[in-house]
Ligand binder design. Structure first.
Ligand SMILES: NC(=O)c1ccc[n+]([C@@H]2O[C@H](COP(=O)([O-])OP(=O)(O)OC[C@H]3O[C@@H](n4cnc5c(N)ncnc54)[C@H](O)[C@@H]3O)[C@@H](O)[C@H]2O)c1
Length: 352
């Protein structure tokens, strides 16, 4: 359809999920895919009957493409994004926006100069339960926030860090870290988004279970802008990989959830018991829960990606800001870099 926007996906690891999401999203059409790995490229070209490029520069010259999805290694996001913005393409950028705040700022500058729009992938912010919890914090229902904590005891085998598509992972220059920047950035973003931003951090990190450069275990303390305290724990060493755990404590109550399900909802009030039962019925544990992302990197759901793509399409059509912009995605990158700085210096580091 002529009023559909044309999409080009670069980087066909996680980019495979982008292909599926683009093909499912309203108002979007997958025009082309790009990867230097011809096996991955051919597989996607055949599956979606679209054009394929081994050269990103060539794909950017394709006039049918209005939006580029950047899903190359994290340390290349800003560079690929700037090239696309200069070619007047809108953008979907995978998490993290890039690996340093300075690079994200360069991308923000290029996007502004070229008048294009960017939707960032932080799909956890779209999860209905996470939105419900955020509403309870913002409306004051939970009372003054005391603490927000994130725990990510995941597992990745050594082979995850090896080979053509693994060796950039867990490096400083391409991954910007390890368990905290790659796997943990969703948890960092989720707790900073729930609590309303981080003011300062203290952290420790190291390599415990793999042969990698950066870190596979990080522990940090967060002081949130609203005065609450929090902690984050991320690792890829915990065999066989367990679920993310988020706990939120306010003056009026406590909420606990894993990656997808509510575990506990106890907020003081007249209907405390009924409300807890209702919340657990709607968001609580379901039978036959599938093993997922804690052990398998490709078990990510693409539902959130589809919503973010549809939102970008609407934002372009309505000339408004996308739901998750670069400025908001930047904070997690700032926080993570501050944790590493704290780990290196042994000092509390302010997040500007
Ligand atoms: N949203 C999520 O939950 C989620 C999950 C996994 C990964 N990711 C993100 O997706 C990005 C990619 O991660 P991945 O695990 O898919 O990595 P990957 O290494 O499997 O995929 C990256 C792809 O980019 C291609 N590539 C590299 N340089 C290129 C170039 N110059 N031109 C064209 N293609 C090039 C590689 O050949 C590879 O196929 C990372 O930023 C990661 O953080 C997000």
């Amino acid at each position: 359809m002529a009023d559909e926007l044309g999409f080009g996906v670069v980087g066909l690891g996680m980019g495979k999920h982008h292909c599926r999401s683009v093909s499912e999203a309203k108002g979007a059409r997958l025009v082309a895919v790009c990867d230097t790995d011809e096996e991955r490229l051919n597989e996607m070209m055949e599956r979606y009957e679209c054009k394929g490029y081994t050269s990103y520069e060539e794909m950017l010259q394709d006039d049918e493409i209005d939006v580029v999805n950047v899903a190359v290694p994290s340390g290349m996001h800003a560079q690929f994004g700037i090239q696309a913005a200069d070619a007047k393409k809108h953008l979907i950028v995978e998490k993290p926006a890039d690996i340093t705040p300075e690079r994200v700022d360069q991308l923000i500058g290029a996007v502004r100069d070229n008048g294009v729009k960017v939707g960032c992938i932080f799909q956890a912010r779209l999860n209905p339960l996470n939105r419900k919890i955020k509403e309870s914090i913002d409306s004051g229902k939970l009372g003054k926030l005391i603490g927000v904590h994130g725990h990510l005891p995941w597992y990745r085998a050594q082979s995850y860090y090896q080979g053509d598509h693994g060796s950039w992972k867990g490096t400083w220059d391409m991954d910007g870290g390890g368990s905290l920047m790659n796997q943990g950035v969703h948890t960092v973003d989720l707790i900073q988004w729930l609590a309303g931003g981080v003011q300062s951090v203290m952290g420790m990190f190291g390599v415990f279970g793999h042969e990698i450069e950066a870190e596979d275990q990080t522990v940090a303390l967060f002081k949130f802008k609203n005065g609450a305290l929090g902690t984050i724990y991320t690792t890829t060493c915990c065999y066989p990989g367990m679920d993310q755990l988020i706990t939120i404590y306010g003056q009026n109550g406590s909420v606990m959830k894993d990656a997808s399900e509510l575990l506990s909802w106890k907020i003081q009030g007249e209907n405390e018991k009924e409300e807890e039962e209702e919340m657990l019925a709607q968001y609580g544990p379901k039978e036959n829960k599938e093993a997922g992302i804690s052990a398998d990197p490709m078990a990510v759901s693409s539902d959130g990606h589809t919503v973010i793509i549809e939102d970008l399409v609407e934002a372009i059509q309505e000339d408004r800001d996308p739901m998750i912009g670069l400025e908001s995605a930047r904070h997690a990158v700032e926080i993570i870099n501050a944790v590493f700085e704290s780990g290196r210096t042994g000092r509390e580091v302010e997040v500007k």
